[in-house]
Design a protein around this ligand. Structure first.
Ligand code: 13P
Length: 342
């Protein structure tokens, strides 16, 4: 393991004004996204859509530090035959790869999930490195429902798997993005999200320590501390920023170079506003760089603008560039709502 190289990539992920484009939707998930714009999901349409994003040259160069790819995409060529990995690299961005095999029902814990994909992972990582991946992603899913979910059992097995994955990544000189996502689907309030997120992060960092993972060569991809979507009492932007930073200060070691948020179903503008509020108000209280690794919050606008039509490519790239720029500004705490219309 070359820790200096891992640390370098981990720092670059959240360089000033930059963050990650999560374009690693599984075949099932991208089909759902394409269904929403009435476009058939085929190998070619998925390629065309993603190539369009990766070729948004200025947005990529200025605001996208890395792109998380799905297995199909890391092997795909652009329409002109150039590997998509090379298109990303040519824009100065780093290719990454989702390596988990999805969240499956957890035995003995109804309603809870555990993420699978450790079998054969060492061999797969070797191949992904050769294909150009310099970082990877593994997403664990923690639901909040009633008083019994999540169980300590669910959090502990997911943290254990995340640490096993992270150790294998570092052995292969690939930076592990560790993603323990506490879902925002329920009706829970922000305090409950705080408690579950704090417990999850503490359990995760215990496991990473136990399995000898070098935190300097990792990136954390967490949820924000936020009320559930169905909670009647939604927290303000300032409350989300304050609670999230307080939670991380209590649970995330300073050795972690970069924290990049998932958007998790927040609106585009909320995801930007929350990130901005944290960087604007708390920059001097945080030992880590704070940025974005958004899927939906970067792609919803370009997906809609594209609609599967070649004549809409420029408009879709402009929509993507706008969100990338807004989030790039939020990474520096320099965004405001007035810029959305500009
Ligand atoms: P969202 O930003 O749409 O939550 O996706 C990010 C991601 O990579 C989830 O694993």
């Amino acid at each position: 393991m070359n820790l200096d190289a891992l640390n370098d990539v981990a720092i670059r992920m959240a360089a000033p004004g930059k963050g990650i484009l999560a374009a690693d939707e599984s075949t099932g998930t991208i089909k759902k996204r394409f269904d929403s714009i009435d476009v058939a999901s085929t190998e070619d349409s998925r390629r065309d859509y993603r190539e369009m994003l990766f070729r948004a040259e200025t947005a990529m160069r200025e605001h996208i530090s890395g792109v998380i790819l799905f297995d199909e995409t890391i092997r795909q060529n652009a329409a002109d035959g150039t590997p998509l990995v090379k298109v990303i690299e040519a824009a100065g961005s780093i290719p990454g790869i989702k390596v988990d095999k999805g969240a499956k029902d957890l035995a003995g814990a109804e309603g809870e999930k555990v993420t699978e994909g450790l079998d054969g992972l060492r061999e797969r990582l070797k191949e992904y490195y050769e294909l150009g991946a310099r970082f990877a992603k593994w997403r664990a899913v923690i639901d909040i429902a009633g008083n019994e979910i999540p169980s300590g059992y669910c959090i502990s097995v997911n943290a254990h798997a995340l640490a096993r994955y992270a150790a294998l990544c570092q052995e292969a000189n690939i930076v592990p993005i560790v993603e323990p996502e506490v879902l925002m689907d329920g009706d829970h309030d922000i305090e409950r999200c705080y408690d579950v997120t704090e417990f999850t992060l503490k359990t995760l960092f215990d496991e990473l320590f136990a399995q000898d993972v070098a935190l300097e060569g990792t990136v954390l991809k967490p949820n924000m501390v936020i009320a559930g979507k169905k909670c009647p009492k939604q927290a303000s932007v300032e409350e989300v920023a304050e609670a999230t930073v307080r939670c991380f200060r209590s649970a995330v070691p300073a050795a972690v170079p970069s924290i990049v948020f998932l958007s998790g179903g927040q609106s585009d503008e909320d995801a930007t506003a929350h990130l901005n509020a944290m960087n604007e108000a708390y920059a001097d209280q945080m030992p880590w760089a704070l940025s974005f690794s958004y899927g939906r919050a970067l792609q919803a606008a370009p997906l809609k603008a594209w609609g599967g039509k070649a004549e809409n490519v420029a408009a879709a790239q402009a929509a993507f560039a706008h969100r990338a720029r807004m989030n790039g500004l939020a990474q520096k705490g320099e965004w405001n709502a007035g810029l959305e219309a500009a």
